[in-house]
Design a protein around this ligand. Structure first.
Ligand SMILES: [Zn+2]
Length: 661
């Protein structure tokens, strides 16, 4: 999940610019962000938080199981959110290394505590027999019991003990897997001539080796541009091979042990494979339906992928002056020639967008989209946060002025800060206790401005924040993003498309009078360029998702042999010596047997978009979306939320129409 913040006081005036609306709240609806400033203070907050948590759990264990039990259980959860989450959040954003390290140590203590809590039999039994007067209570009971059962609480003692051992071992293995990638510190050296074509900003200030060659890491900001733009194929190949060996042999062994243990774990529950076990509480339900979906995707993109590869081969033959029949496309050629074709055919350069999208104004633009669509207002409120550039916003209902939520935004990169884009839900809504939600949005934007792709990222992340912020559930446990894993990305993926709509982009003028409007022709080019290469893009997602399912299937697989076989069957083939799965952190971690979820929720996202097809800013549709879907959080299973909003069952027509287009 993700987080965000912002700071200039001037923009608050623009953001709250609605003359007829009730006065904006001058304060944040939730508690102030804890002012962490030293490692000792984190340690002491951690100690006292865990002591208090133990006390509260035993009080809950002794509590009578009556009509108020669920509310008491939820109040415990809310306490834990307030105590544990801010510490886990600052380990990602705090500027002080000592504070981050203390927070990391505290996070480990909480995860041990939570492992014990998940097997707490007394709470499990209470949850089972407590009164459930209505559908919301029953849904919370059903989902919570599922969580307890998944951790083995209901198994016979021997298996239960084994389950706990496996969970502890799996978490060690997963941590070791990421550590091997983080600490590998792979470096690749290039002469300046070998870097011809690569933007200077990528390598000009990089360190040099004894021979004066540029030394680059394999992190995305370095490896991406080299593989995409270096004119020297040998330079691209060296970087590609380095990138595709991250994690190394050690991680292939770990991955084999991880998948083996996951299968053993599933067998404790009577399943012969981890996919069926893992999917049984998700939209997909089981391996059969996930595979059926992926096979349909494959049948729709296969031809297109072949055509894309053919286009790139032609581009390579033309570029090198070689006959087409003897020209083959290497793995390190595809993004290089795709980018060349994109620039040649569509004359679009993402860098050209930066001057139209200054970061602060882009944030205000994204908020304006949400304000217009969902009837809310964002007002900046001065607050002391984890960094002076972090910003706080109060979110309120535009019609009534009712305070709804708090949003923090952290826009710019700095050392030691989480380096991708994400939202952290810090507090969940509860109408029962009058609890308002809080989310933090964290991105790393260039101060010069955003590309259109980055504006898309901003709207995606704001989509997660809005899911938390506009939730109005009875229980915190069901707040906002507490939905099925293969649904949680859908509301964010839905909004990505909004930035390619000219009417939506015109809202930029309302938040920034001095910004030059982005030319329609530039947007047209970006839309056309986005369509290009769709076959290869979705075929790649299909390969990742189906590899993940196959790896976790009923028969244990050697991770590299399986990858070589599956990638070997694609038009680009497998490159001997490469070991992509060793760096595939998603499937070693929380996305194991769940990677298909990205494509699955995209189907739902595209279906949700159909309701906005006439007007992406229609406030009536936006209100219905807010009430029926976002506001409900996890109070109803995902398919029911979608049905309540679309007024029909969800289907995959919009997604497959898009693939066929
Ligand atoms: Zn997301």
């Amino acid at each position: 999940m993700n987080a965000l913040h912002l700071r200039s006081a001037a923009c608050a005036l623009l953001l709250g610019a609605s003359a007829a609306a009730p006065a904006a709240p001058a304060t944040l609806p939730g508690p102030a962000f804890p002012n962490f400033h030293s490692a000792a203070q984190i340690k002491s907050a951690c100690d006292s938080g865990l002591v208090e948590a133990k006390k509260r759990v035993s009080a809950l264990e002794r509590r009578r199981v009556d009509g108020g039990w669920l509310a008491a259980y939820d109040a415990y959860y809310a306490f834990q959110e307030d105590t544990q989450y801010p510490i886990e959040f600052v380990l990602n954003v705090h500027p002080d290394t000592a504070v981050r390290e203390a927070a990391q140590a505290c996070a480990l203590r909480w995860s041990e505590f939570n492992a014990g809590l998940a097997q707490n039999e007394t709470l499990f039994r209470a949850l089972k027999r407590m009164p459930t007067p209505d559908a919301i209570d029953r849904e919370l009971q059903r989902v919570s019991l599922g969580g307890f059962e998944d951790s083995g609480v209901a198994l016979p003692p021997a298996q239960r003990k084994r389950a706990k051992q496996i969970l502890v071992r799996l978490s060690e293995l997963e941590q070791q897997f990421s550590k091997n990638i983080r600490d590998a510190n792979i470096k690749v050296s290039f002469s300046e001539a070998e870097l011809k074509g690569v933007p200077e900003g990528v390598w000009k200030n990089a360190p040099r080796d004894a021979a004066g060659r540029v030394v680059l890491g394999v992190d995305y900001p370095s490896s991406g541009p080299v593989i995409q733009s270096a004119e020297d194929p040998a330079a691209r190949e060296r970087m590609w091979r380095a990138k595709n060996s991250e994690g190394g042999e050690a991680n292939l062994k770990l991955l084999a042990e991880i998948t083996g243990l996951r299968q053993t774990y599933a067998k404790l529950f009577g399943y012969n494979n981890f996919v069926d076990f893992n999917l049984r509480r998700r939209m997909a339900k089981d391996a059969g339906s996930a595979w059926a979906f992926l096979n349909e995707v494959k049948s729709k993109v296969g031809e297109r992928e072949a055509a894309d590869v053919q286009n790139l081969r032609q581009a390579k033959a033309k570029h090198l002056g070689t006959p087409l029949e003897t020209t083959t496309l290497a793995a390190w050629d595809s993004s290089f020639y795709a980018e060349r074709l994109r620039q040649e055919r569509f004359a679009v350069d993402q860098e050209a967008f930066r001057e139209y999208f200054p970061p602060q104004e882009s944030l205000r633009f994204a908020m304006k989209v949400i304000e217009r669509l969902m009837g809310v207002r964002y007002v900046q409120v001065p607050a002391t946060l984890w960094h002076p550039e972090a910003q706080a916003f109060a979110v309120s209902d535009a019609a009534t002025g009712k305070p709804l939520a708090t949003l923090y935004v952290d826009l710019y990169p700095r050392e030691g800060k989480y380096n991708h884009a994400a939202v952290w839900p810090l507090r969940s809504s509860s109408s029962l206790s009058g609890r308002t939600p809080t989310a933090a949005l964290v991105v790393n934007f260039d101060r010069k401005g955003l590309t259109l792709g980055e504006v898309e990222t901003l709207l995606h992340e704001l989509g997660h924040a809005v899911h938390n912020n506009l939730s109005s559930t009875r229980y915190a446990l069901q707040g906002g993003t507490s939905v099925m894993m293969d649904f949680v990305e859908a509301p964010s993926q839905m909004l990505e498309d909004w930035v390619y709509d000219k009417k939506v982009l015109k809202l930029m003028a309302e938040v920034c009078a001095s910004c030059k409007p982005v030319p329609d022709a530039l947007v047209d080019k970006a839309v056309a360029a986005k369509e290009f290469g769709k076959g290869m893009q979705y075929a790649r997602q299909h390969l990742f998702a189906s590899y993940d399912l196959a790896l976790h299937g009923p028969e244990l697989q050697d991770p590299l042999a399986l990858w070589a076989r599956m990638q070997g069957a694609t038009p680009l083939g497998y490159v001997p010596g490469s070991m992509f799965p060793a760096g595939f952190g998603h499937i070693a971690g929380g996305y194991g047997a769940g990677y298909y979820g990205y494509l699955w929720s995209l189907v739902v996202a595209m279906d949700l978009r159909t309701a906005f097809s006439a007007d992406k800013l229609d406030p009536a549709v936006g209100q219905r979306y807010r009430q029926e879907l976002l506001g409900q959080g996890g109070q109803r299973p995902a398919p029911e939320l979608v049905r309540a909003f679309l007024l029909r069952d969800s289907n995959s027509k919009a997604f497959f129409d898009y693939l066929n287009r």
